[in-house]
Design a protein around this ligand. Structure first.
Ligand code: AMP
Length: 497
């Protein structure tokens, strides 16, 4: 029917498989005057590429989501979408047996589309252009979301200490077995489903919503209805996430009748953060948690890039802790181009941590003042773990007459004494073992004895161990373990305020 074609995008995933197959079938490719031009280009450039092509030959695209109008002004046109997930590592055999959706506006175009599908080794079928969205949503479920399910399932196997790749033959077995439903929901075993939910809430809270949605959908596939699941307690909360300053201000404007508590964090939440969130929840009508890895308090870009991040988990934990609003701006929202106004707590910001991290407290004070101004909290919550940070902020509040109550909560530690820190996630098991020397040395509450102990510990580089006359006074220390820097302190007298 058609003897010569030109393929635009022949180097891409679909284009390379299609080109190889057409070459096998003896179709002349790259002819000067092709009878059919096939666009194997990304969806977003189809219209642009089509617009540049001369009218005359047939023109077709291989997109599942793109309507035929993207091929304007061409009228001899159709779409042929191979329903397959292509890999560049494989060749034309990927087309064999896959179905191909042909979208056309005339019988002639439909005939050409079916011809091309068959030449490629596909099983062509007709798809109405108006029904593309439903068709493509189905395809996304079957292919893209299967990848998501594999990632979610794999992370739970990791929790169990089992190899995630053990799931792959299971997935293939379900497909090869014709999608027969087995397992607890098919059996109506709701106790097991509740045990799943318990461990998910404890270990992978970010998966709870996904699990519940799938369990409900699966109950309906099994013909059980969802009544049982509706009895399963849910921890979903009305948490709102705001990414812009104006959005946050607007949301807060309706909640000013009672006190607002602010908990600034850089994410990768642990029990230390959660203790602040719980205190804020108990004392305020509205709790705002900021989630912003503040670049201006990092000395070098490598440290910033290494900082652990897990927004999905953080949002789930914030929701569980009863946070009302998470403020998670991007860097340009907080530091628009041309930003040049800084808060420098000159003396307190220059000692201890300030000596080893010049500019660190300038970054901290600036972002905290900005957060205070955006959120205008009655109370703001910080951890004693970062004693100097709390002291710097106390000084800033006093110097600038800010109307906010500073609440500093005790350091939360692991059972062995190591202060919880987001950076602990960066430690290898051996490094974590070595890091314990810091809390042990500080527990002597004696600067000389602490320094002595640390000097005799292997694998640590000491930045400082010093008593500081903060409110309350502390013995503070900083060490480097491998490429991770850790700080800690113990209160020498009185209770943290
Ligand atoms: P970060 O996300 O590291 O900026 O910490 C956010 C807040 O949590 C700061 O006020 C920290 O002082 C506080 N924080 C961090 N670790 C702990 C901990 N182990 N115990 C109590 N508070 C902590």
């Amino acid at each position: 029917m058609i003897e010569s074609m030109r393929i635009i995008g022949a180097g891409g995933r679909v284009g390379s498989a299609v080109s190889a197959r057409l070459a096998e079938r003896g179709v002349l490719l790259d002819a000067d005057d092709p009878e059919l031009v096939l666009l194997c280009v990304p969806d977003r450039v189809i219209a642009e590429v089509a617009g540049e092509l001369q009218l005359g030959p047939w023109i077709a695209h291989v997109s599942g989501a793109t309507p035929l109008t993207a091929l304007d002004p061409h009228v001899r046109r159709f779409g042929l979408h191979p329903l397959q997930s292509f890999s560049k590592a494989r060749g034309p055999e990927q087309l064999d047996g896959a179905w191909g959706a042909v979208t056309a506006e005339s019988d002639e175009a439909l005939t050409v589309g079916f011809w091309l599908g068959e030449v490629l080794g596909l099983r062509p079928f007709e798809l109405d252009d108006a029904n593309r969205a439903a068709y493509h949503a189905g395809a996304a479920f079957a292919s893209n979301y299967l990848v998501t399910l594999r990632a979610a399932a794999g992370s739970l196997l990791e929790v169990a200490g089992a190899p995630p790749e053990a799931l792959d033959p299971l997935i293939r077995g379900v497909v090869d077995g014709g999608f027969e439903l087995t397992g607890p929901i098919a059996r109506g075993d709701w106790e097991t489903v509740e045990r799943h939910l318990d461990v998910i809430r404890a270990e992978r809270p970010e998966l709870e919503r996904l699990y519940l949605a799938l369990a409900e959908a699966t109950a309906s596939v099994a013909g059980h209805g969802t009544a049982k699941l509706q009895g399963v307690p849910r921890t979903e909360s009305p948490l709102k996430v705001e990414r812009t300053i104006s959005g946050l201000r607007e949301r807060l404007s309706g909640r000013r009748s009672g006190p607002v508590g602010l908990v600034p964090t850089m994410g990768a939440l642990h029990e230390g953060h959660l203790s602040l969130l719980r205190a804020a929840r108990a004392e305020n009508e509205t709790v705002v948690m900021s989630l912003f890895v503040n670049p201006t308090q990092f000395g070098d870009d490598g440290d910033l890039a290494r900082y652990p991040r897990d927004d999905g988990r953080d949002l789930a934990l914030a929701a569980q802790a009863g946070v009302d609003i998470v403020f998670a701006p991007d860097t340009t929202e907080m530091y628009p181009p041309g930003f040049q106004t800084w808060v420098d707590v000159t003396e307190l910001g220059a000692i201890l941590e300030g000596r080893f991290r010049p500019g660190h407290f300038r970054g901290v004070a600036t972002v905290v003042l900005k957060l205070f101004e955006i959120v205008r909290p009655r109370r703001a919550y910080f951890g004693q773990k970062d004693a100097q940070q709390a002291e710097v902020i106390r000084q800033m509040i006093r110097d600038l007459s800010l109307e906010v109550e500073l609440r500093v909560l005790p350091t939360v530690r692991d059972e062995d004494g190591l202060a919880l820190s987001s950076r602990n996630a960066l430690l290898s098991p051996q490094e974590r073992e070595r890091a314990l020397a810091l809390s042990k040395a500080l527990a002597t509450r004696d600067p000389d004895a602490a320094l002595e102990q640390l000097r005799s510990s292997n694998g640590l580089e000491i930045d400082y161990v010093e008593a500081a006359d903060f409110d309350p006074p502390v013995l503070a220390g900083a060490v480097r373990v491998g490429s991770t820097r850790l700080i800690d302190n113990v209160v020498l007298e009185g209770e943290p305020k």
